[in-house]
Write a protein that binds this ligand. Structure first.
Ligand code: MN
Length: 336
């Protein structure tokens, strides 16, 4: 489907851009660039931006820098009676609130999906042919960039914003693909600010409490050896996910951080791709098994997973060690 942003502004009275909940930098910069382009066409007052639960921290800073306001309450959005809703970076209809989906279906509101994730069947059904999805692109920002370029709406302001979207979704270009390069090149030329400077804007200093949690996690770490694999297990009451990640950066093949939260124990697991490929151990399966044995819930991906159980810390760690022993089929040795 051929979509022209300028035409959309002309043919709709009120347009709502809908980012996913807790919008990340990609979703936010994509939205902001469309809003700034609308401003140049004198149509900014027709556009509103809706971010359920508000944007993530970094994304909020970006919106503040560009003085872009956003709505966080669905009722405020519906009061504006948008006749077009543009969904950015959603990937799945599950990320859209059910009440909003009902509203769209009931009112027959037109929608447009712009995304780099392949849409699920439901989202595709809702969008009909009104979606612009390029799964070979690493960010939604690039797709928005192309839309704006086609109509000469891309100035340095939008270009710099959209580069931040690309940087965020490619881990600072580590995950960039060949298909992304031509757009990135044009964005870069138009923006005129060095990529390294834009990348610095996205780096956030962790909170003091997060830094301390990581340090404590390292201090309390138990180091286990299974054959040639190194497993780190530690206890911290908060930031288990960042702590497990920090232990991975120290060199663990598998890292587990657990801690008490009210009456339950939360745990986070991380492993390297190499460990998963060689051992077949899937952290999501480990988390699920641990949870099953301790009346909790758990699961996740091959290299990152989490669980929450109703047990004390000591019992949880014993179960973790049992589950690891079974999964690896070998004795765990403490490294002192
Ligand atoms: Mn994205």
């Amino acid at each position: 489907m051929r979509i022209r942003i300028g035409k959309l502004f002309e043919s709709h009275d009120t347009i709502a851009i809908v980012a996913h909940r807790l919008a990340d930098v990609d979703a936010t910069t994509s939205s902001a660039a469309i809003i700034l382009a609308a401003e140049k066409l004198g149509r900014r007052d027709r556009l509103s931006l809706y971010i359920p639960e508000g944007p993530s921290k970094k994304a909020r800073e970006i919106l503040e820098r560009y003085s872009i306001r956003y709505l966080t309450e669905m009722d405020e959005l519906l009061q504006k009676k948008p006749d077009l809703m543009i969904f950015l970076d959603h990937s799945s209809a599950n990320r859209i609130e059910p009440r909003l989906l009902d509203y769209i279906e009931h009112k027959g509101t037109k929608i447009l999906v712009i995304d780099h994730h392949p849409p699920d069947a439901r989202l595709q059904g809702i969008a009909g042919d009104s979606y612009l999805v390029y799964p070979n692109r690493s960010s939604t920002a690039e797709i928005v960039a192309e839309l704006l370029m086609e109509e000469d709406l891309l100035t340095d302001e939008e270009a710099c914003l959209l580069i931040m979207g690309v940087l965020a979704d490619t881990k600072g270009l580590q995950m960039i693909g060949c298909d992304d390069l031509p757009v990135l090149h044009r964005l870069c030329e138009t923006c005129g600010i060095k990529l390294s400077e834009l990348r610095d804007l996205l780096v956030k200093r962790p909170d003091y409490s997060e830094i301390i949690a990581k340090m404590k996690g390292a201090r309390r770490m138990r180091i286990l050896k299974v054959g040639k694999w190194v497993i780190a297990v530690t206890t911290v009451d908060s930031y288990q996910s960042s702590v497990a990640q920090a232990l991975m950066s120290l060199g663990a093949d598998l890292a587990i951080a657990v801690g008490k939260k009210k009456r339950s124990v939360m745990g986070n697991l991380r492993s390297s791709t190499f460990f998963h490929e060689r051992t077949g151990v899937h952290t999501g399966d480990l988390a699920k098994t641990i949870a099953e044995r301790l009346n909790g819930s758990g699961g996740g991906h091959a290299n990152a997973a989490a669980f929450q159980v109703s047990a004390d810390l000591g019992t949880t760690i014993d179960v973790i060690l049992d589950v690891l022993r079974e999964a690896l089929g070998e004795r765990l040795e403490d490294v002192i």
